[in-house]
Design a protein around this ligand. Structure first.
Ligand SMILES: [Zn+2]
Ligand SMILES: [Zn+2]
Length: 720
């Protein structure tokens, strides 16, 4: 009799009879549950306590390596930490379709070398999909779905040699990466940092290093040396990246360094490749995985290194379903696996900075920029002193600086972290602002798409000609700038210049975006108008000026991380300028040049900023100096959510006994999303309190209506 944890939403593992010949702990199995067969993992010995004759038997043991004890331990601890049920944790660890299929042959399709006799729209879509995914193989169905064509179009291309059809065993190992190939020549600082990381790898023990280096200092080369050391020891490595769009550039760097491409794991990977990666990671047929945060839950056979690149990036916090922070889970997983963690960033999170200060993490600083480039000079443009015409956002001073760059044949970037044309659409007759019918959020005008869109739920509508409230005609006007409106202004101010707009919603695919970036990087534009998208890793060697339109934008609001986020973003954006031979300059338009965050950004004294920020959080008992849990109660009826909150607040015994405090209920900053009313509570506790236990005792002790949704966010990153 064994106990089996299934992916079904049950509160505990169930007992089953082992199959003939027994079954190992950790084995992946199919078990009967009611009328169905469901996926599960043997979790240990059965608990018994019921009539043995009623016990059902394990239906099948899957032909994949059993889940290792370290992985079971990781899932249990991660589930305890995030207050997530074990079935939900197991679902994270088995997100590969077709695990139950037997090993067999299959037909796959790759890009061929021939040219089709004539190009049709459907044919070019097939080839575009194959090109976008490099050398990856697709099944017929995946390819026809991805390209939106019938299978006969693909068969036609096969006949002409433009597409290769191959019969391969399912799930081949990945090509071997060779860590002995020579890497790039390292600077002295890079060499020293890479030596330290190698030492860590060679110790075979757990350890976390914060690898801090300004943009362009060559962090990637350094941590690729750690990857090389890890592979040379025969252990597996994983590199987490925040944005899929960037991975193409990164993959070719890996290929140059190690002679072959690594396994990939992210939402853009085909189902066939996903299953292959999962299995090969388990069998040791994949040495290196490059992926998004969920790659943490792959079944590594012997994990020796986790790199979290851009560790401060907010996309590492999963804000849907299981709420976890991939950076923290990477540290947990590595500590159980005896692996090293490298947290790389130009602008680390306050949490990591504090851990390094406290000696929990090793810290390595790469100071000099690699090659000849220097960090740009940063200056403020005091907007109180600028003479701004109505409806304009580019100050006369910024305008003349941009003009100089354009005349010199250099590039300038105008940065505004706001998508769309205008954040607010206002009726001049009745004063109404158009809001999303589902959410407590304003509709944002997207003029390129000719629609109003809700950035919370994605709801969109054509731009109305009359006011939806008072029905006056022609009274709607755009208030405030978005990146599209900024493009319009730039087009008027610089009629001779070639202007490109980079905003995530303007590109249909990662491939289209990548092409646009490449065109711009090689001089295809004089002025780039962009959102946060441009702050992340793209290289524009001709760029010598960054103009930040509204440096104050992130400083408002109730978010405790507002200062930290603004500081990071401004540093990253400024870092885009002057990456090649020419020095760069960054100009920040601000109405409050004396604000401590703006001053810290301009002075470039990061240590001073982090010290001050750490000090103010410590005084307020905020993370990382105290602990927090966010509770969101949502219901289709506002009263129900509030009543539940009040009830929870009244029965806060377990929280108080633990030495923690409950705040709320209060309307969440976004009080309604997709028609659901949202009420927020916050639990604050001193460091060292067993917060998770207190929260689960507390919530478990209150009977809440079934129509209410409750989610707990341990260590919340943002409040919305
Ligand atoms: Zn109106
Ligand atoms: Zn909405």
């Amino acid at each position: 009799m064994v106990s089996v944890l299934t992916t079904q939403p049950l509160d505990r593992p169930l007992d089953y009879l082992a199959p003939e010949g027994g079954v190992a702990d950790g084995a992946f199995v199919m078990v009967p549950l009611g009328p169905r067969q469901v996926l599960g993992v043997v979790w240990g010995r059965g608990l018994g306590g019921f009539d043995l004759k009623k016990a059902r038997r394990i239906h099948a043991v899957l032909p994949v390596p059993p889940m290792r004890e370290e992985m079971r331990d990781f899932l249990t601890r991660a589930g305890d930490y995030t207050l997530t049920s074990m079935p939900a944790m197991l679902r994270l660890a088995t997100r590969a379709p077709g695990l139950t299929n037997p090993p067999s042959m299959q037909k796959v399709y790759r890009l061929g070398e021939g040219e089709p006799d004539r190009m049709t729209d459907a044919r070019s879509r097939v080839l575009a999909v194959l090109e976008e995914f490099g050398g990856l193989a697709f099944t017929l169905k995946e390819l026809s779905d991805a390209a939106g064509v019938t299978s006969s179009v693909i068969k036609g291309l096969v006949k002409q040699g433009a597409v290769f059809e191959e019969n391969t065993p399912r799930d081949l190992p990945f090509p071997r990466l060779d860590p002995a190939l020579p890497g790039k020549t390292l600077s002295e600082a890079q060499q020293a940092a890479s030596d330290t990381l190698r030492e860590g790898i060679n110790s075979g023990r757990y350890g976390t290093t914060l690898l801090r280096g300004i943009t362009g200092s060559g962090k990637t080369e350094v941590y690729l040396e750690a990857v090389a050391a890890c592979l040379a020891k025969g252990r597996q490595a994983m590199v987490l990246l925040p944005e899929i769009a960037l991975s193409a550039e990164f993959l070719s760097r890996v290929e140059k360094r190690f002679g072959a491409r690594p396994a990939e794991w992210h939402s853009g990977v085909t189902m066939t490749e996903r299953r292959r990666t999962w299995k090969m990671v388990a069998e040791g047929g994949a040495q290196l995985v490059v992926g998004a945060r969920s790659a943490l839950f792959l079944p590594y056979r012997d994990l020796g290194l986790i790199v979290v690149d851009e560790e401060h990036d907010s996309s590492y916090k999963q804000e849907d379903g299981v709420l976890y922070n991939a950076r923290d889970m990477a540290v947990l997983r590595a500590s159980l696996a005896g692996a090293q963690v490298v947290l790389a960033s130009a602008t680390p999170s306050l949490e990591s900075w504090v851990n390094a200060q406290a000696g929990k993490y090793r810290r390595l600083d790469l100071k000099s920029r690699f090659g000849s480039a220097a960090l740009p000079e940063m200056r403020a443009i005091d907007m109180r002193a600028e003479d701004m015409p109505k409806g304009r956002w580019i100050s006369p001073r910024l305008q003349s600086e941009v003009m100089k760059r354009v005349e010199n044949g250099e590039q300038a970037l105008l940065f505004l972290n706001r998508r769309g044309y205008a954040p607010v659409t206002l009726c001049r007759a009745c004063g109404d602002q158009i809001e999303c019918p589902q959410c407590d959020a304003r509709m944002v005008e997207h003029r390129f798409l000719k629609r109003l869109m809700c950035h919370q739920c994605g709801e969109s509508m054509p731009i109305p000609e009359t006011c939806p409230k008072c029905e006056a005609e022609g009274t709607l006007s755009a208030v405030g700038p978005g990146v599209e409106r900024l493009t319009e202004e730039a087009t008027e101010l610089f009629p001779e210049a070639r202007i490109a707009t980079l905003s995530s919603d303007l590109f249909a695919s990662a491939r289209a975006l990548k092409q646009a970036v490449e065109t711009i990087a090689t001089g295809g534009a004089d002025i780039i108008v962009g959102t946060q998208l441009v702050a992340k890793g793209h290289n524009f060697p001709l760029l010598t000026l960054v103009g930040v339109i509204d440096a104050d934008l992130g400083l408002h609001g109730s978010d405790m991380r507002a200062a930290e986020k603004t500081f990071q973003l401004m540093r990253q954006v400024a870092g885009r300028a002057g990456r090649a031979e020419k020095p760069g300059e960054a100009l920040m338009q601000t109405f409050q040049p004396e604000h401590p965050v703006i001053r810290a950004i301009l002075s470039g004294d990061e240590e001073e900023f982090w010290n001050a920020e750490a000090e103010s959080r410590a005084q307020a008992g905020m993370p990382p100096f105290g602990r927090m849990a966010g509770i969101i109660l949502s219901s289709e009826r506002a009263e129900e959510a509030f009543e539940a909150g009040t009830m929870l607040a009244r029965h806060d015994g377990p929280i108080r006994q633990a030495g923690a405090v409950v705040y709320g209920p209060a309307p969440a900053p976004i009080a309604r999303i997709r028609g659901w009313h949202r009420v927020r509570m916050l639990v604050k506790a001193p460091k060292g309190v067993a917060l998770q236990r207190a929260v689960s005792d507390w919530i478990g002790g209150v009977r809440l209506p079934k129509t209410l949704r409750l989610s707990v966010d341990i260590d919340p990153q943002s409040f919305y």
